[in-house]
Design a protein around this ligand. Structure first.
Ligand code: UDP
Ligand code: MG
Length: 325
């Protein structure tokens, strides 16, 4: 019997939890040789998600839950689930049934074949707003060009992983987590399972455009220092052009004397350089912000209530933390 933990981050998912459990349980309970335990992580929901989880836990003995003291974000919820999991295998999936549970038996075959990870990726983005798909394409394009960590486009956070891979992920103790990059960074053999995008039928998406934009910037700056190199490169190029321009102007002045004052040229140069400098400071700032957040070393999440034995458990009391205070 192999033990499998199913980690489900939930933020305001009162409408879907019961259905999610029924549908998923309907599929996994018929899989022989596995013992499934659910770890629902209530990410500080404002609706009755926690109440629903308490009901589920009371009715079914394979349901565990953790409830955060406030909304810490999906990344924190996934991390909390992973750090509380004890199963030999771990599944991460969304609560909204957009990650089809029907795929689990097929993905499990990949693990049985010897892969360390079986992960789902969307073949279509039907039902998603065009603009979101376009920005998503742009993000993967930029990110994969800039970073050594290649993130497969359209990969979603729906995967089965071995205990070994989960432990490796938990060793990355950064506060600002970007799981798509972390999954790729730790390596291991992953088998991909394409699936058709499923529209959310219950509840609403928790992502805003602003949230996704921040996520994309974090994704790039967490795994690549190429933007910093780019800034140096642009600086070098501008200096070179300026140098050539100075020489040319000097020669011109010596031969032809000074003609009209270069008012427009000066203005353009000042504005252009001003823009480049602002941009460069902004990019530097992004990295400094990362250092600042990591240096504060705050816990990634705070658990308020839980029915897990190792309940009150923050990153600072985890053994994932390296070094000493
Ligand atoms: N989620 C979360 N915390 C958040 C936002 C989302 O735990 O701050 C969960 C949410 O409950 C769902 C999953 O993350 O189970 C994916 O969210 P959603 O379906 O809103 O995102 P989308 O599918 O639109 O990318
Ligand atoms: Mg969704």
């Amino acid at each position: 019997m192999r033990s499998v933990d199913i980690i489900v981050p939930c933020y305001n998912e009162e409408e879907v939890l019961e259905t999610f459990y029924q549908v998923t349980e309907g599929i996994v309970s018929s899989m022989a040789g596995y013992q499934f335990t659910y770890i629902f992580v209530d990410d500080g929901s404002r609706d009755s998600t926690l109440k629903k989880l308490l009901d589920l836990a009371a009715a079914h003995e394979n349901v565990r839950y953790l409830s955060f003291s406030r909304n810490f974000g999906k990344e924190a919820a996934m991390f909390a689930g992973l750090s509380h999991s004890t199963g030999e295998l771990v599944i991460i999936m969304d609560a909204d049934l957009q990650h089809p549970p029907a795929l689990i038996p097929k993905m499990m075959e990949g693990i049985e074949e010897g892969y360390d990870c079986a992960a789902a990726k969307r073949t279509t983005r039907v039902g998603e707003r065009r603009i979101r798909s376009a920005f998503s394409n742009l993000f993967y394009h930029i990110s994969n060009r800039m970073s050594d960590v290649k993130m497969p486009q359209d990969a979603v956070d729906f995967r089965i992983m071995t205990r070994q891979m989960v432990n490796s992920i938990l060793e990355l103790s950064e506060v600002e987590r970007f799981s798509k990059g972390i999954f790729a960074w730790v390596g291991y053999e992953t088998k991909w399972y394409p699936y058709e995008n499923v529209e959310r039928t219950l509840g609403t998406t928790k992502w805003s455009f602003k949230g996704l934009f921040k996520y994309a910037i974090d994704g790039i700056t967490s795994f690549s220092i190429s933007p910093l190199r780019l800034v140096s490169g642009v600086g070098f190029l501008i200096s070179l052009v300026a140098f050539i321009y100075i020489i040319a102007t000097l020669i011109q002045t010596l031969i032809f004397g000074i003609d009209v004052p270069g008012y427009v040229t000066t203005l353009c140069a000042v504005l252009f350089l001003g823009g480049i400098i602002e941009l460069s400071i902004g990019i530097l700032g992004e990295y400094i912000a990362h250092i600042y957040m990591e240096a504060k070393d705050r816990p990634i999440y705070i658990v308020k209530t839980s029915n897990l034995s190792n309940g009150q458990h923050s990153r600072n009391s985890d053994n994932t933390r390296k070094g000493s205070l």
